[in-house]
Structures are given as structure tokens and as C-alpha cells.
Ligand binder design. Sequence first.
Ligand code: UN1
Length: 504
Amino acid sequence: MTTTAAQAQDALQKLGVAAAAFQQGALAAHSPIDGSQIGAVRTHTVEEVATAVDRAQQAFLAWRVVPAPVRGELIRLFAEELRQNKQALGTLVSLEAGKILTEGLGEVQEMIDICDFAVGLSRQLYGLTIASERPGHRMMETWHPLGVVGVISAFNFPVAVWSWNFALAVVCGDAVVWKPSEKTPLTALACQALFERVAQRFGKAPAHLSQVVQGTREVGEALVDHPKVALLSATGSTRMGREVGPRVARRFGRSLLELGGNNAVIVTPTADLDLAVRGILFAAVGTAGQRCTTTRRLIVHASVRETLVARLKQAYEKLTIGIPTDAKTLIGPLIDKAAHDGMQAALQSARQEGGQVFGGERVLADRYPQAYYVRPAIVEMPAQTATVCHETFAPILYVMSYDSFDEALDMQNGVPQGLSSAIFGNDLREAERFLSASGSDCGIANVNIGTSGAEIGGAFGGDKDTGGGRESGSDAWKAYMRRATNTINYSRELPLAQGVDFNV
Ligand code: UN1
């Protein structure tokens, strides 16, 4: 057994996952750290997915009548469990997804944060009281539990994105069936084990409130097409969303799509360059460029381009690349060979379009022949070409320059995706314009911080090819509930709305 496999086994045992659950099955889990197999899980058939949804529906029927603040208590206990197991789960995230330990732990912290948020929310699922036009009448809206929520998540945030959905869905009175990425099945098992322990302690949760179904495409498709999945929340590529969205819509289901990003940072002439370099660095190369919020484009004013790019290159040269469990490492591996090949192909086509590539090569191949470590790349482009407009899930930062601020905004908005964006600068007018209706068209627009690392309190997501969904904070909970408008007549008359007369 490799060290990685032993570490994973140790973490899984600490998290309370039964050995049989991660040691045998058709789906092998590999660590991107060294490519070694760290586990195997049983996959589910399409019929088993249907059974899981039916069971979830039963759980929903029982759970929807439990008062929301009591539902919140279950999530409060789950957050407690996560706090106690942060180290082990964060380590497992590192081992399975390849992110550095501080980011693995950060991901678990993000889970804890959304649970805390959801607990508060469980007493705040407010509807409005609306003035009725009729005398002796009152109008209001009520938010009711929705049904079964299907969650399809990606490898890069293998646990946090599920928890955004799960914590809100549970306080909203829904049951959840989760199909994790086939690249990260073990962390899903761990979350399920932690939750089951908590549910037992809580005592009042129906069976099958939370279920995990494992496998590849057809397992996800079974969730997408099941008529009892009231909301399908999917995180992944735009290509996946283009298939999922219409399929769910065809059966009038609800979908919440969180798809690709092609996030830009604009650096203006008044920017604090120290701040900009730090902000861009973390957002462009953190998580080895595998966040949907990763900075992929740098739109820099021509007057500061040379200085900024030189400083970024200096910073890139200091990055330590290596195994993510080593405390000194800042850049861990890409998830797999396909990610590496996709990166090289993008760099190649950028070159053909006139790009000057710095970095980007594979490293540590002798030591880890089955793993894919790369030096993050900076690519100076003559213009925002077709390659730049495409999201490549790897650490490539394309640099373009601008002269007028309008040009910068056009470039920022001139890609199909619309997730995250940022501006660095101290010109109030430019910053406010960037945040205005005629500014960034992204769901996230920041000033003097990078594009990634959003807090859970805000709504997370974006429009255009990013899919339009909003998860996590603000009023994202509304996607997990159905709204009823109620009109109550407390008079002895029956006036009709719009003044309609209808007397026999
Ligand atoms: C993702 O990459 O799918 O804002 C989610 C961030 C994290 C979440 C990223 N809080 O970068």
C-alpha cells in the first residue's frame, strides 16, 4: 500500500467509514498526488438510483412537517460533528482532490460556515405580508418544503458544494440524493458517515434524508430524469449543464446550475500593485487553477502591464510545487492526465494565436510518473482570442492590455461565461462603474480582492454560460422551497379582485 493510500485509509477510519465501503467496488478512487489507488466504492445501478429517490420522497413527506427550527437543530449538530472532524475530513479532501492541506481544511470550514448560516436561516424562512386591494382581506406568502433535491457535484470542491446544497435543503424541509464526482467518491462516503452519526444522535430524522449514489454518467442521468427530483442542483462544466438544464426543464423540474467561469481581473493605472499581485496570485494559481472562480484572464492597463507582469512572473517563480500534504507546498497536482493534456492543448493553441507562454510545463514527472504536476502558466496574448474565451480547468493566466476603461469592460464581458470578476484600482469612478449596471456582467464582482474564495454569506453563481443558478448565502434558500400565495377573507362579503361584478 502506498503512503497516500495508508493516509486515506487512516482518515476514512477516523471519520467512521466502514472498511467494506471503501475497499471494494467497481469505482476505483485514485489520488492525484501520486496516481495510486486509495480506495474503491460500490457503484449504483439506474434502478438503485430510482429506489433512492423513492426513499428520499418518503423521507421528505415526514421531514416537511417537522418545524424548521427543529430541522435547523440537525444541521447545528452536523456542524458540531464537522468541527470535531475537520482535520480528518480536510486531509481526506487533500488526498483525494489534491488540494493543499490549508485549502482542504478551508473547504471543511466552508461546510461549517454554511451549516451555521442554515441554522440561523431555519428561523428565518420568511414570506411577505402583502396589502390586499379588497376590504377585509389579507394576503401573504408562505414558503413550503419543495421535495427531493438531487445534487451533482464536481471533483474540485468535493464536499463544500454538496454542503451548500445539503444544509439549505435540510433546513428547508427537503431530502437529498447526492451523486458526487466519480473522481472523488471517498470524501462523499465520509460526509455520509458523519451525517448518519449525527442523525442517530438527533433521533428525529427520517431514514434516507441523505443518500449518496455513486457511479458515472448514467447514475447522474437517472437523477436528472427522475420525475420526483424536484430540484436538480448541478455543478460542473458548461457542456454538462447544457445537457442537464433542458432535460430537467422538459419534465418541468427545477434546476440550479453552477457551471464554468472565465474570470477576469482588471488592473487599472491607480491600482496598488502589491495588493494586485497578491490577489491575482492566489486566485490564478491557488487550487492549481481548478476552482470555478479561478482568475483566468488579466486585463491590465497598458501603462502598468510590463511592471505587473514582471512582478507576477517573479512571484510565479517562487511557487513551491509538490505534494499537497507538505506544509511548504502551494501548488498541488492537477486532478488527472486529461486535465494536464487539456492544459497543454490550450497552451499550444494560444501559441498559435500569438501567445507568449511563460511556465506551463509538467514537473516532478520522474518522481510521480502517474501524477500531473505543472508549473502555472502566464500567457501574454495579443488579443482576447478564441482560446482565451474557453474555460480550461488548469492554472493558465492569459494577459491582455487595454487603453480605455470601456475597452476593459468590453473585454471583461466579452466571454460566454459570467461567474466572477474583480477590479484593482483606487479610482472611485472606475470601481463604481465596474459594479454598476453597465459594468461587470458577472454574478460576483469584487473590488481590490481576487475572483476566488467567496464567503458563504453571499449568493454564489453567475449568468450566461455559468448557468444562472445561485447557491449558498443571501436568499439562495428560496430555490429549495416552493412559494404559496395565500389570500384570506375575514369579512362577510366576497368582493372580487379587479372590481369584477358576478352576481346572480
Ligand atoms: C467551485 O470552484 O466550484 O469562491 C466553488 C470560491 C469557493 C467556492 C468555489 N468559495 O472560490
